[in-house]
Design a protein around this ligand. Sequence first.
Ligand code: BG6
Length: 483
Amino acid sequence: TESGCLSIVVLGASGDLAKKKTFPALFNLYRQGFLQSEDVYILGYARTKLSKEGLRDRIREHLKPAKADSTKDPTEVISDFLKLVSYVSGTYDTEEGFLKLNEEIAKYEESKNGAEGPSRRLFYLALPPSVYPIVCKMIRHHCMNQGGGWTRVIVEKPFGKDLTSAEDLSNQLGELFSEEQIYRIDHYLGKELVQNLLVVRFANRLFLPLWNRDNIDNIQIVFREDFGTEGRGGYFDEYGIIRDIIQNHLLQILCLISMEKPVSLYPEHIRDEKVKVLQSVEPIRADDVVLGQYEGYTEDPTVPKDSKTPTFATVVLRINNERWDGVPFILKAGKALNSRKAEIRVQFRDVPGDIFKCNKHGRNEFVIRLQPLEAMYMKLMVKKPGLEMSTTQSELDLSYQQRYQDIAIPEAYERLILDTIRGDQQHFVRRDELKVAWEIFTPLLNRIDNGEIKPCPYTPGSRGPKEADELAARVGYRQTPGY
Ligand code: BG6
């Protein structure tokens, strides 16, 4: 690993994402020894006039000391971390602030002149995407590493609103930075069980021969939240649930669950396979979509009264290749539902020659729960214990909390920031991947935006519109009793 001094610049330092995700992730990396005080400098940048103490106070509230800190006073660990944090204020579209920023970084690098290895600069854009192009331009012109070390930039979705705007953004950023310098975060790729998908699929003999249309009936990828868009109505209403969750988070999961085995674990080999499977996704059929909007959504003062933005959607995707022809992938996401949960449900076909008459009770189902309480479990038919010969469905259950009691599962952002520092792009979205993702959804989004497909109302706290359950059932999903 490289060991030159490292400057991490968080642009948009006084915003929500920075406070709630970026700084806490940096703190956790520091706490676990991945960022050493001797060689890291963290700089916040934003428009707000603020002293460095002011920024530190804002961050402090969001840092949680972990139990593992017991050897050292946890609040001391927090103050030690905060000592590494400084602040520069400036606008996003004029050079003054960026010149100041560059001066600060250069000063720090000079002070570390004796450090082994070239200095490194990481820019984290915790900003609205409308300013990405100008901010990247400013970084490119005024803040690049001159010392032979790297400069990398982390950006976060939304990457455009449709194919054209996304390509436009990609072109603009592509003129300033090479693909190796751009890290597009989809934080679902940093989740423990998402990172587990390729291992489970390709390191288990058990699954290899079963993972195809001959054995799998349908796959459901579900995201539910039990809260609405409170406080984010303005952003959300412009995007809707498909752009917010399905086109990125759920589609990334679909890639990992359906792609072919990569040639190796080299990041480009993995991303090549993801692109290929996305290219095999068929155009979305109108009758494969159900939209919903929870009752009360438009009462949010930041949402237009006549908004038709979906807060819920079920979209069935079909992959036209040898492995998956005929298997529906049911992508479902919703706000203000009955629970907060993200999971993948792989439902196997019925048993042929069903002498136990058990098909009607349920099928084999492999469930991967990303959150909460990470788990993988397999639904199996077994004999119901007792004197009678009857069958019942039961689980082989791997719950992480029980099995890995002593291992704290890292936050997605921690892992992804560390990957960026290490230069590993495997868990980031490549430009061509992003393009195909937009190609899949743009025609549907246009129809929704034109009012051709309207959302069905649903009660907050429910399972979503009943039409969505009907669609899932129509394409073959059989609801497990009690689910
Ligand atoms: C974000 C979406 O990308 O993911 C939010 O913009 C959503 O709407 C969030 O709430 C969910 O992330 P997580 O990690 O809490 O499941």
